[in-house]
Write a protein that binds this ligand. Structure first.
Ligand code: ASP
Ligand code: ASP
Length: 375
């Protein structure tokens, strides 16, 4: 499978429905008749971050607050999706994202089917469409799709009636990563202000938040989804990378570009480091990993220049010593492990919002029914 970054492929990959008008989430919207705030459109699929407007993102984060509480319990399981079947269809190597989604589905008592390309009929030449239609015929409610080709999850959504979540497609998007990153930023900010994350914390902390997205932007689906989410929420993103790693499509992203990490560091609230995607040919865009690290790696010396309260983030897996120094990865301001932990709760929320149906309780009701404090 190719990871063709061609604009046409990416254009085909964007969700068929135009993104809803952007705007601030507004103060707690009132609940509509179908169990979600009136301003939040129902989610059919999650293919791109552009599928959600600010109110939609805020809603996912609120539902995550309720479900995140469940994750911390001694028996972290609720019956919210009992009787539903979720398929994880991973046609590209992945362990972390797949485990995160499968854990999320199981914590809500859904049945999970795992399809991995390495051990499946895809190896025998079956087309993606045949594979997907065969699985759909078994009666499944949601497909979680990772694929090396940009746009594959959107294609799957056209072929089946089930809900589809994009778990990373080529160089295109990784929307649940962006949602878990937003959740982590909001959680850290709320804690820094002495507030416990609960249903009363909104997304105001993103207004004017300055975020540097550093590194291999060219090959990064994480960067694209994150930038869309940050802009939707009113944050200011700056892409920091060598000239060779600027993606050809950057004009449409609405971000500043800078090639000098040292100039940007003292100014930002978040440094978001991307992994050098050596398996996607990044090596040919750089003289060497060592040289990259000298210009763009977050060393301890550089981290010391960050503002107090600034956050360091990375989607994992980290190349320690390349984009992030060992000691920086383990600093208190490094939120890497929180990102992983929040990934499960955010994916629970996404699956819940897709699958629980129109009569499902909204975030507050859900929180109360689960006994979440402050709901
Ligand atoms: N890209 C890595 C993997 O596939 C990590 C991740 O997806 O979270 O395992
Ligand atoms: N885990 C992320 C992804 O799958 C980031 C990475 O692999 O660098 O895109």
């Amino acid at each position: 499978m190719s990871s063709d970054p061609a604009a046409a492929v990416v254009a085909a990959a964007t969700s068929p429905a135009p993104p809803a008008a952007r705007g601030p989430a507004g103060p707690s919207p009132t609940s509509g008749p179908v169990g979600r705030p009136e301003t939040v459109a129902p989610m059919r699929h999650l293919l791109s971050m552009a599928d959600l407007d600010a109110a939609g993102i805020a809603h996912v984060l609120r539902v995550t607050d309720s479900l995140g509480e469940v994750v911390r319990r001694s028996i972290p399981r609720v019956p919210a999706l009992r009787g539903r079947t979720v398929v994880s269809l991973f046609a590209e190597e992945s362990t972390r994202t797949r485990l995160s989604f499968e854990t999320a589905a199981r914590r809500m008592s859904a049945d999970v089917l795992t399809f991995s390309a390495a051990t499946s009929s895809a190896k025998k030449g079956e087309s993606l469409r045949d594979t997907v239609e065969t699985i759909a015929a078994m009666g499944v409610d949601a497909f979680v799709v990772r694929h090396g080709a940009a746009g594959a999850p959107t294609q799957v959504a056209r072929w089946v009636d089930a809900h589809v979540v994009n778990a990373g497609d080529g160089w295109h998007e990784h929307p649940t990563q962006a949602l878990l990153d937003c959740y982590t930023i909001r959680q850290f900010r709320a804690e820094a202000e002495g507030r416990t994350v609960g249903t009363e914390v909104g997304t105001e902390c993103f207004e004017g938040l300055r975020v540097a997205v550093v590194g291999d932007v060219r090959h990064s689906r994480v960067a694209r989804s994150l930038v869309i989410a940050l802009r939707t929420l009113g944050a200011r993103a700056t892409v920091v990378c060598p000239g060779t790693l600027v993606p050809p499509s950057l004009e449409g992203w609405g971000v500043d570009v800078c090639h000098d990490l040292d100039a940007v560091l003292p100014e930002v609230d978040v440094v978001y480091l991307l992994r050098l995607q050596l398996e996607r040919g990044t090596g040919s865009y750089l003289p060497s990993a060592r040289e990259y690290s000298a210009g763009f790696g977050l060393t301890a010396r550089r981290a010391a220049r960050l503002a107090p309260g600034a956050m360091v983030m990375h989607p994992g897996p980290m190349n320690r010593g390349v984009e992030i120094a060992d000691e920086v990865a383990d600093m208190a301001r490094s939120l890497v492990l929180r990102q992983v932990a929040n990934g499960v709760a955010v994916r629970m929320a996404v699956l819940y919002l897709l699958l629980a149906g129109p009569d499902a309780p909204d975030a507050e009701e859900l929180g109360r029914s689960l006994g979440v404090v402050g709901a």
